[in-house]
Design a protein around this ligand. Structure first.
Ligand SMILES: [Zn+2]
Length: 444
């Protein structure tokens, strides 16, 4: 079945040029034709007059499974939050995390996200959720193999035997990897992962021609621990062991020296900026402008519900702008087209998918969002892209992923949205009391 969106406003190509009264033909999973007066007798016709169409946003660092921890960590620093996460993770059932994942993904989808770089130590439930919902994702298996001996708190995150984890990741890749829901490799961070784990996962990424993802340089404590363990700063260490290359994307990156920026630039590794999550736990600000000036690809990520309280990546573009503007004292420090690229094509590059997604172009996947011009943030509609970046209230009217309608009239169509919400509410109520006891125990 093909679809013809008629007479719409669309933002086309990597510079998001505005075209009025244009038609977009979707055949199977692809955008097959863009132009005026397209005729396609066998297609379902959609009247696009009241809409403008953009590529879907790409959330390049996201934890689907942490929804149950939402708002539990307000006012805590990074290490306290991680303790809280690991303490509550010991209580949560996998099936409950699975049902809550739908809510996290749905929140992003409704704000126009069509693709998630989703990370976790156990990804099978997330893979299932993305597949059932029809949402594009790359799920990276991230693990730790170094026990956090030097921590004051008694809470310890789960660690694994290195080779066992490499074998497990390969098995999961072979079992679940598909074009829509991809299975990538990764590690938690340089702080708690051995060189053998990092390089072993990278070898697997190379073998299967997919990406490698990791948290890195997230605050001073992180940097100091890596220095204690390796004698080097995190990015310096990755450079020395040969772990920086175009397959690699690194989230956070708030503590970088100019030498490390140079290593990133020369290697082609990508940075995922998570400004709101970083402020939430006060781990510093990613030097976005310096990275961009050094030709490093910078994408955006929302991180997790525990340390952001939001699962939608669009607000990260606004936050990225705010940080850059505040630091530089210049309102023109970055233009809105570059911010829009960070939300779309830069995320695609960080995932190695820039030939498939990230822009509206003939031959690319039909991952499209239709926004209703009559919705309040889009009136008068002089600059829709700036409206999307600088106003959070606009919601997607219709979303196509892989050529299929996933959201229509602001509601999920691939699953029963109300059932998902009811299920998640019931689960949340059950955990409310259990968590309360655990929080008091671990954070006093
Ligand atoms: Zn994260």
């Amino acid at each position: 079945m093909s679809t013809l969106i008629k007479n719409t406003t669309a933002y086309i190509g990597k510079n998001f040029e505005r075209y009025n009264n244009v038609d977009i033909l979707i055949e199977k999973d692809n955008i097959s034709k863009i132009g005026k007066g397209i005729i396609s007798k066998d297609s379902k016709t959609v009247n696009g007059r009241d809409f403008f169409v953009t590529p879907g946003f790409i959330n390049a660092h996201f934890h689907a499974s942490q929804q149950l921890n939402r708002a539990l960590g307000v006012g805590l620093n990074h290490d306290q939050q991680m303790d809280l996460l690991h303490a509550t993770d010991n209580i949560k059932k996998d099936t409950d995390k699975y049902w809550m994942s739908y809510i996290a993904i749905l929140e992003g989808l409704k704000a126009g996200t069509t693709c998630f770089y989703s990370v976790g130590s156990e990804i099978e439930t997330a893979v299932k959720a993305y597949n059932n919902m029809g949402v594009r994702a790359a799920c990276a298996i991230i693990s730790k193999d170094i026990v956090a001996e030097n921590k004051k708190s008694s809470v310890r995150a789960k660690t694994w035997e290195t080779q066992e984890r490499l074998d497990f990741a390969e098995k999961i890749h072979n079992k679940h990897h598909s074009d829509l829901v991809r299975v990538y490799f990764g590690a938690v961070n340089v702080r708690y992962c051995s060189d053998k784990l990092i390089l072993g996962m990278q070898k697997l990424a190379e073998k299967y021609n997919v990406g490698f993802h990791m948290h890195a340089a997230e605050g001073d404590d992180y940097v100091n621990h890596v220095k204690e363990r390796t004698g080097r700063r995190p990015i310096e260490h990755l450079h020395k062991i040969g772990a920086l290359n175009p397959r690699v994307s690194l989230a956070h990156m708030t503590k970088l020296t100019s030498e490390e920026i140079d290593y990133l630039s020369k290697s082609g590794a990508h940075v995922v900026h998570c400004p709101r999550a970083n402020s939430y736990v006060s781990v510093g600000i990613c030097p976005t402008k310096k990275l961009i000036d050094a030709s490093v690809n910078v994408a955006l990520g929302s991180d997790a519900a525990i340390n952001n309280n939001s699962n939608e990546v669009r607000g990260e573009a606004r936050a990225a702008y705010d940080r850059m503007s505040d630091i530089s004292g210049k309102a023109n420090i970055i233009d809105y087209i570059k911010l829009f690229q960070m939300l779309t094509i830069n995320g695609a590059k960080a995932m190695g998918l820039e030939k498939k997604i990230g822009t509206i172009e003939e031959g690319k996947k039909a991952d499209l969002v239709m926004w209703n011009k009559n919705d309040l943030p889009f009136i008068p509609g002089f600059n829709h892209l700036a409206d999307l970046i600088f106003t959070e209230t606009g919601k997607a009217h219709t979303v196509y992923i892989d050529g299929k309608v996933v959201l229509k009239d602001y509601r999920l169509v691939t699953m029963d949205e109300q059932k998902l919400k009811s299920k998640a509410t019931a689960i949340s109520e059950r955990y409310y009391k259990v968590f309360k006891n655990s929080i008091e125990k671990h954070l006093k």
